[in-house]
Design a protein around this ligand. Structure first.
Ligand SMILES: Cc1ncc(COP(=O)(O)O)c(C=O)c1O
Length: 438
């Protein structure tokens, strides 16, 4: 029996006008569940079921759904500033840029887009303009957006990605049709945490930049091994290419200065999105002034184009300013880290008692339970050892209990500032119930 008939009906109806029935196809879940309301740590589906939410709009709602301070800033702006865009800057974008640069130590200046994909797109363009080289390196299992340079495998089967090779590279097996072969030839996909593969590529190709999530958070939580990010920094310096951290997921969620603040490795450029405006659409390219200034390079042949009718839309920018102010005011990171630790400890207790191999991977408020006996080091490690079928049943059983993690194995979960100790305790109590049924 379909427990979500209204959700299925909505998708079916939308399919008449939208291919697949939904505008970002990675939002389509199996089973189909559609939501109509979100507040704080909770979301409600079309059937009226309430859930404690760990999907958080693909990790964007870091303060929680409909944060009152963010909403108030947007509402104030709604009456004043929506028509200002179109000629010259707004006060809001300057204020946001100043706040952002105060938060992120490697940001001398920023440019603002509407999505994270645009931010990674522009960062790679700058790397190419700065170095005069065309080739780039990205990570197997990383996700950096939808465009030609980065639309590689994310959660794919071993049959799709092949066995691990090291040192070496994987063919650009793209997530999308329509990418020219000539373009794919410029993109080199390597193992995360594998310096030898990066060295292999840079010996063979003129590399403009390496783009990576400093923690792979689109295949759960895969952390850098000690020294890995430092070695990338060194290779970039020695070989004249740019190190670009894609902090669209890690940025602002783990620290005000991004994950780079915690790991101490300084990228040349970084990209942000998601949590920066707590769910309003914004992407940011940040970094060294000498690189950001390529957007206004005096020589036309070196100037990098940035344009966008909706870039730094006043409503989004007001939301982002309110978000950064709230994050800067203190208390947020302490709260989410405490809840993260509580969840991690509880899950460790529950799964230890099952005798099943598991690993609770966590960074602050972001977590993933792997059903394998060690913390993964790269995507192949997960694809080879993780029990995907068990993971799927675990997520479905939790959903039946009113705990929403996206029902796709190895999708990372996100705790928000709006979650409470009671939310975590309820999550653990319900996990305790379902482990006996699995
Ligand atoms: C690490 C990372 N980079 C880039 C993107 C693309 O951002 P957007 O979906 O806003 O285009 C995402 C989206 O999930 C992401 O997780």
């Amino acid at each position: 029996m379909n427990a979500w008939p209204k959700s299925s009906a909505l998708l079916k109806s939308n399919e008449q006008w939208i291919p697949g029935g939904v505008v970002s196809l990675n939002r389509k879940s199996d089973p189909n569940i559609c939501f109509e309301k979100g507040k704080g740590s909770r979301v409600w589906d079309l059937e009226g079921n309430e859930y404690i939410d760990y999907q958080a709009g693909f990790a964007a709602a870091f303060l929680g759904h409909n944060d009152p301070d963010v909403n108030e800033a947007v509402q104030q702006t709604l009456g004043e500033a929506t028509l200002l865009m179109g000629a010259g800057p707004t006060n809001l974008e300057g204020e946001f840029a100043r706040l952002f640069c105060e938060c992120v130590p490697t940001a001398d200046s920023v440019q603002i887009t509407t999505t994270g994909s645009e931010a990674t797109y522009h960062a790679l363009r700058i790397a190419r303009a700065v170095t005069g080289r065309d080739h780039i390196i990205v990570m197997q299992g990383g996700y950096n957006g939808w465009h030609n340079d980065v639309a590689c495998n994310v959660i794919s089967s071993l049959a799709d990605v092949g066995e691990r090779v090291s040192p070496g590279e994987y063919p650009f097996d793209s997530l999308s049709a329509g990418i020219p072969a000539q373009h794919k030839a410029l993109v080199h996909v390597v193992n995360y945490n594998d310096i030898a593969s990066v060295e292999y590529i840079i010996k063979r190709y003129p590399v403009a930049g390496i783009l990576l999530e400093p923690i792979l958070q689109n295949v759960g939580i895969v952390k850098p091994l000690p020294g890995y990010l430092e070695s990338l920094r060194k290779l970039a310096d020695e070989n004249g290419f740019l190190l670009i951290f894609d902090e669209v997921k890690t940025g602002f969620r783990h620290a005000l200065g991004g994950y780079q603040q915690l790991c101490g490795v300084r990228p040349d450029l970084s990209t942000f999105g998601k949590a920066v405006a707590n769910g309003y659409p914004m992407g940011v390219i940040a970094g060294k002034k000498e690189y950001l200034d390529y957007f206004v390079h005096p020589e036309k042949s070196k100037r990098v184009l940035i344009a966008g009718t909706f870039n730094a839309h006043p409503l989004t920018t007001a939301a982002a300013i309110a978000t950064l102010r709230k994050l800067s005011a203190g208390g947020v990171y302490e709260h989410v880290n405490k809840l993260g630790q509580l969840l991690e400890d509880g899950l460790n207790d529950i799964f230890s008692a099952t005798g099943r191999p598991f690993n609770v991977a966590r960074q602050g408020s972001a977590f993933c339970v792997y059903f394998m006996d060690h913390a993964p080091v790269d995507f192949h490690d997960i694809a080879t050892h993780h029990d995907f079928a068990f993971d799927k049943s675990y997520r479905l059983k939790l959903i039946e209990q009113g705990i929403f993690n996206f029902p796709l194995p190895i999708k990372q979960g996100s705790i928000s500032f709006a979650h409470t100790v009671q939310d975590i305790e309820e999550t653990l109590a319900k996990t305790n119930i379902i482990v006996d049924q699995l």
